[in-house]
Design a protein around this ligand. Structure first.
Ligand code: AMP
Length: 222
């Protein structure tokens, strides 16, 4: 079983790269956020427990999250391994994952980190604008509208959600980066952290990730 933990700040392109890697390696991409949203939709016991935390924008407690994740590992498509996206979110979860996998005689194989400078992350996260009529999404840097403040598609005015305003984004990002750092430190200390430059075109990030993953596989075979 190959377990990859894909790390990166929000907006670093983790979701995109996880999907590409999953396809290339033929193992599923497991995003805990997606699992929780599906559980809430299905009205399962875990979904009911998780919902009140998600609604407040809080992390779901570790015991629930780990239970859900291990349940997903038991699905037949994850027999050969999985790519984790959105888990672990902090040092405690990283340790809990190691312990849970160790009980099954497994371990995280590699933790590739998509590195993007924190000011760039801040720009990507805070430049989001939505249109009033239909919620079409724009980004000041990566996808600006043709005319500032106006939706290209329906001409309605653009606005920023409270959550996407610069001061809110900065406060949230500060907390997320501190938790990410704990996870980075954890995998650096176990020797499986690998850094990949995230400020390049999607294809180049993917190429570098593949090199790191293939090297990782080669060194663990040695
Ligand atoms: P995401 O799609 O990754 O932003 O996750 C959406 C929500 O699911 C988060 O706000 C949390 O409430 C929950 N969640 C996702 N991943 C985790 C995790 N690793 N630990 C705890 N809660 C999580």
């Amino acid at each position: 079983m190959t377990v990859l933990v894909l790390l990166g700040a929000p907006g670093a392109g983790k979701g995109t790269q996880a999907a590409l890697l999953a396809e290339e390696l033929g193992i599923p991409n497991i995003a805990t956020g997606d699992l929780f949203r599906a559980a809430v939709r299905d009205g399962s016991a875990i979904g009911l427990e998780a919902r009140r935390f998600m609604e407040r924008g809080q992390l779901v407690p570790d015991d629930i999250t780990i239970r859900m994740l291990l349940g997903r590992f038991d699905q037949p498509d994850a027999k050969a391994g999985a790519i984790l996206d959105g888990f672990p979110r902090n040092g405690a979860q990283a340790k809990a994952l190691d312990d849970a996998l160790a009980e099954r005689g497994e371990a995280v194989d590699l933790a590739p980190l998509i590195e993007v400078d924190s000011e760039e992350i801040f720009r990507r996260m805070s430049g989001r604008w939505l249109c009033r009529d239909a919620g079409h999404v724009y980004n000041e840097t990566s996808n600006p509208p043709a005319v500032e403040g106006v939706c290209d598609i329906d001409g309605s005015p653009l606005y920023q959600r409270e959550d996407d305003k610069p001061e809110t984004v900065r406060a949230r990002l500060h907390l997320q980066l501190a938790s990410l750092q704990e996870v980075i430190d954890h995998y650096a200390s176990t020797g499986i952290l690998r850094r990949v430059k995230g400020q390049q075109p999607i294809d180049d990030v993917f190429r570098d990730l593949l090199v790191v993953v293939q090297d990782g596989a080669a060194s663990s075979d040695a």
